[in-house]
Design a protein around this ligand. Structure first.
Ligand code: ADE
Length: 232
């Protein structure tokens, strides 16, 4: 997979891709991530990429021309499966969406800033708008990092047995069951006996029961829907 990210703050995105599982995925050649500084596509000597909004009001808007220039350049080289704009008014990111995007070859992610990007770029170029939650961030970069992490960890070969995605929370629309490691007793609290029984059938049944219990208690909304209508 290849992911191109357009941003005014490439430095902010260096660190999420430079550590742990994402770094390993890049080092192993399982994903290529390219950061494009929007200022490189500005036309004037001040490298201006934002301007006041028509109609007045507080907050700057990322201008259409630099974004369009950058998008023209990138799409010359390849066809993108999705051109994604990170925005709080987008479709909320969920596991199903991450699974679906992890099956694509080429993703392009646009990070907004200030009040966002000129609507005409959304109209002309963007194929999918994604929010990482009902709160406003100061830019799309952290959202893009979250999206990329959720997608990249699903690529074949990125996780090993110890970090397998198959038993993740949300993978069956269920929260994950509780997990324990050594010691068996900690400040008077015992590891549930079934996990020490060695009976894999019983352990599986216990985990499933706990996953349902936790989901019922914390996120009953996940049990309501077999299919998530928010996806498309
Ligand atoms: N940019 C600003 N807020 C955001 C959010 N909640 N999700 C994605 N991108 C954003």
């Amino acid at each position: 997979m290849r992911i191109d990210i357009i941003t005014v703050l490439p430095d902010l995105l260096q660190s999420p891709f430079g550590a742990s599982i994402l770094k390993r995925a890049i080092d192993r050649g399982l994903v290529e991530v390219y950061l494009h500084n929007l200022r490189d596509y500005a036309s004037n000597k001040y490298k201006q990429v934002d301007d006041y909004q028509f109609g007045g009001g507080a907050g700057m808007v990322l201008m259409a021309e630099p974004l369009d220039r950058c998008l023209q350049e990138l799409t010359k080289g390849r066809k993108y499966d999705e051109i994604i704009y990170m925005t709080p008014d987008g479709t909320p990111l969920n596991q199903r969406m991450a699974n679906q995007l992890s099956m694509q070859q080429n993703l392009l992610v646009i990070c907004g800033h200030y009040k966002g990007i000129d609507q005409r770029i959304r109209d002309l170029w963007v194929t999918r708008e994604i929010s990482i939650g009902d709160y406003v961030l100061s830019g799309g970069e952290l959202g893009a990092a979250v999206l990329c992490d959720a997608v990249i960890r699903l690529l074949p070969g990125v996780l090993n047995d110890e970090t397998s995605a198959l038993t993740d929370t949300f993978q069956d629309n269920l929260l994950a069951p509780p997990v324990y490691t050594r010691p068996r007793e900690f400040r008077g609290l015992q590891v549930p006996g079934v996990l020490l029984s060695g009976d894999s059938g019983k352990i599986e049944a216990w985990r499933e029961e706990q996953a349902y219990k936790r989901t019922r208690e914390r996120r009953p909304d996940l049990l309501d829907t077999g299919d998530d209508p928010k996806m498309d």
